[in-house]
Design a protein around this ligand. Structure first.
Ligand SMILES: [Zn+2]
Length: 383
């Protein structure tokens, strides 16, 4: 196997496709990499770019200057584009296209990797579409998205599809051992509780705080006995998510505001003249959008973690003898499972999924979480 493909855990079919393309030497010019979060779609796009740019034999050595540059995001002919915003702005995409039209430098190809093609509005997509339809010579577009359905059909139909599967737990664990030097036990635990999300698994394995946050969350249902407890839990979850988002956004807003003041020769406390208010307002709006997005992502991950508890409860109730996602909590999960019906567990899982959809549809997080937590309350007197 080409060394650059060794990070693609559990994706043999994808590797075969990309291998043939690298051998052929004349790749299709537009690709759509899809796969659930954490399956490694961006990693696959990046590895493919490295293999195409590499001058060694076999290509994709992972060791030469070109490979290292692509893998670290520093190759002058490979651009990584992602957005912190809810959606790409049309200007962002115009800039991209201008970049695509510049001649490739030392590299064999000019490659543009759009990491979240699902965050493009229809108008923005149309601008991109023309560039993809009539690509400048030696320019390749790699688009990444969770699923083909997240990308407008006009784009999808012009791209060659690469669909990444959810890797098996043992495949993710093997990668963590091989690449991150984790012990077999750490790797197994992280791969299992993250449900094969490679990025989350690595974070959990490395970050003690992240692990304890997750433990607290997964055991939350055990502590939900009264309505006040449910309301407190909802508010705690929302506060954690928005604190996390604010910590990242606040710093960048302050930095950007200071830079704009500096560029316009304004002192720290000087009043912003009317002519510049629009520019400052735009930065603020942008930061707000980003904070909303970050809060949403964090809440969604929280709800995915919470679901694992109820899936385990259901597994026990249905008498399946398979390993639990939270195997290390088996005793508590079994006790909980004995205290309620499997219908109730199913209902709870449905309620969590419905909440994820409501949050995606912009319902106020606290309201959505309060409603959910009261549904998750154990029935009084059953325990
Ligand atoms: Zn190389």
């Amino acid at each position: 196997m080409r060394p650059v493909f060794s990070e693609l855990a559990g994706q043999q079919r994808v590797i075969d496709t990309l291998d043939r393309e690298v051998d052929k030497g004349n790749p299709t010019h537009a690709w759509l990499f899809t796969g659930p979060p954490g399956s490694g779609r961006t990693t696959a796009a990046r590895a493919f770019a490295a293999a195409l740019q590499c001058g060694q034999d076999p290509a994709g050595c992972g060791q030469c200057k070109s490979c290292l540059q692509v893998l670290s995001g520093a190759h002058p002919d490979v651009a990584f584009v992602s957005t912190n915003k809810v959606a790409y702005q049309i200007e962002d995409v115009r800039q991209l296209i201008t970049r695509a039209q510049e001649r490739a430098g030392a590299g064999k190809w000019r490659i543009i990797i759009i990491e979240d093609a699902d965050r493009m509005t229809e108008r923005t997509t149309n601008v991109l579409l023309k560039a993809i339809e009539e690509p400048p010579e030696r320019t390749l577009w790699f688009l990444c998205a969770p699923s083909p359905a997240d990308v407008l059909v006009t784009i999808r139909s012009r791209c060659r599809a690469v669909n990444l599967a959810i890797p098996a737990v043992h495949e993710v664990a093997a990668l963590l051992v091989r690449r991150d030097g984790l012990t077999e036990e750490q790797a197994q635990f992280a791969a299992r509780v993250s449900q094969s999300h490679i990025g989350v698994a690595r974070m959990l394995a490395r970050d003690e705080q992240a692990r304890s946050r997750r433990e607290r969350l997964v055991t939350l249902p055990l502590r939900l006995n009264t309505l006040p407890q449910a309301m407190a839990a909802a508010s705690e979850i929302v506060t954690l998510a928005s604190d996390h988002a604010e910590a990242t956004t606040g710093a960048s807003l302050a930095e950007r505001t200071a830079a704009l003041r500096h560029a316009n020769g304004l002192g720290e406390d000087e009043t912003i003249p009317p002519g510049l208010r629009g520019a400052f307002k735009a930065i603020e709006e942008d930061a707000k959008r980003f904070a909303r997005r970050a809060t949403f992502d964090s809440l969604d991950r929280t709800l995915i973690d919470l679901t694992t508890f109820f899936r385990d409860v259901l597994t026990v109730q249905l008498g399946a003898h398979s390993e639990l996602i939270n195997e290390h909590r088996r005793d508590e999960i079994e006790r909980y499972a004995a205290s309620q019906s499997s219908e109730k567990s199913l209902h709870q899982i449905d309620a969590i999924n419905a909440t994820r959809r409501r949050l995606a549809a912009n319902v106020t997080p606290l309201l959505a979480l309060e409603a959910l937590m009261s549904t998750l309350l154990q029935q009084p007197g059953r325990r």
